[in-house]
Design a binder for this molecule. Structure first.
Ligand code: SF4
Length: 286
């Protein structure tokens, strides 16, 4: 029998190898430490949680509730038949059974067209969808002190690599546990409490507490650039365990210098030499 590293009871998870109770404590403590150490929000704040009915956002909602934060679920319905309607039905049920407020907004309400209709004429769907989702989530988030989204460590490692591979340094510097470089009028603060929790840990937590979540993937995801980077990173992780975490840790070391430089550059493109200089100044061998 595989045993918990802390209490020697039977292990329920393998990364880290812990029993059910200690694994849940580990995930909740990691989220709590991220919120506290990165000053994401406080218990006096009103938090909108971007929810899809999937595992990440539902785990986030559940843990924030358990930790005593004042949360409201915010959901964007892109209009993806057979996928989003099913996950939002689970989310509605979950919110109703936990007496949680839920606000929704759909692509069709705002633009008159569903993502399915858009994708039928314009592929790939993800680029336009991502921008529209962020816009609608921001609209739903007006009046809240912050909008928390369920991006996990795997998502962030993918985002960092995507921006590096495209040489999008301004976009890269704007990612992190708090999105953006400076506060912009009209944009609600967007924060990521799951930043240091891996996808595998989120899945294990959802299964262990029996959350009614959908593990299905969006039917358009496989056409995206993110899916290519995700698959490549998963291959790398299989031979270099911890590669994703090291990418995120590397980024957290260089981010302050990148942000400083981006504020000065005010969004202008920067050269490869400047990037090398930022990395050197951050003590990282490029
Ligand atoms: S995978 Fe692409 S199309 Fe599907 S919800 Fe995400 S961004 Fe939208």
């Amino acid at each position: 029998m595989v045993r918990c590293n802390k209490c020697r009871e039977e292990a329920a998870a393998d990364a880290p190898q812990l029993c059910r109770k200690h694994f849940m404590d580990y995930v909740e403590d990691t989220i709590h430490n991220t919120i506290a150490s990165r000053c994401l929000f406080s218990r006096d704040d009103r938090i909108g949680v971007g929810c899809s009915g999937g595992k990440d956002s539902t785990v986030l909602l559940s843990v924030l509730m358990k930790l005593g934060y004042n949360v409201t679920a915010l959901a964007v319905d892109e209009g993806i038949a057979g996928y989003r309607d099913a996950s939002l039905a689970s989310l509605k049920e979950y919110c109703a059974s936990n007496r949680l407020p839920l606000k929704t907004l759909s692509f069709a309400e705002v633009s008159g067209i569903t993502l399915d209709a858009h994708a039928a004429v314009k592929k790939p769907a993800c680029t336009g969808c991502g921008k529209m989702r962020r816009h609608l989530l921001n609209r739903l988030g007006h009046g809240f002190d912050a909008v928390a989204v369920g991006h996990n460590l795997d998502d962030e490692a993918q985002g960092i690599l995507m921006n590096l591979l495209r040489n999008q340094i301004a976009k890269l510097s704007a990612t992190g546990p708090v999105a953006g470089i400076t506060e912009v009028a009209g944009f609600v603060r967007r924060v990521k409490p799951l930043y240091f929790v891996t996808e595998k840990q989120v899945m294990a937590y959802a299964v262990l507490i029996g959350l009614p979540v959908s593990f299905d993937e969006c039917p358009y995801a496989r056409y995206s650039y993110r899916a290519q980077v995700r698959d490549a990173l998963n291959d790398l992780e299989a031979v270099q365990a911890g590669a994703k975490r090291r990418i995120v840790e590397w980024f957290m070391r260089v981010k302050p210098k990148l942000m400083e430089a981006m504020k000065k550059e005010a969004g202008a493109p920067i050269s490869a030499d400047q990037v090398s200089e930022f990395l050197r100044a951050s003590g990282v061998n490029a």
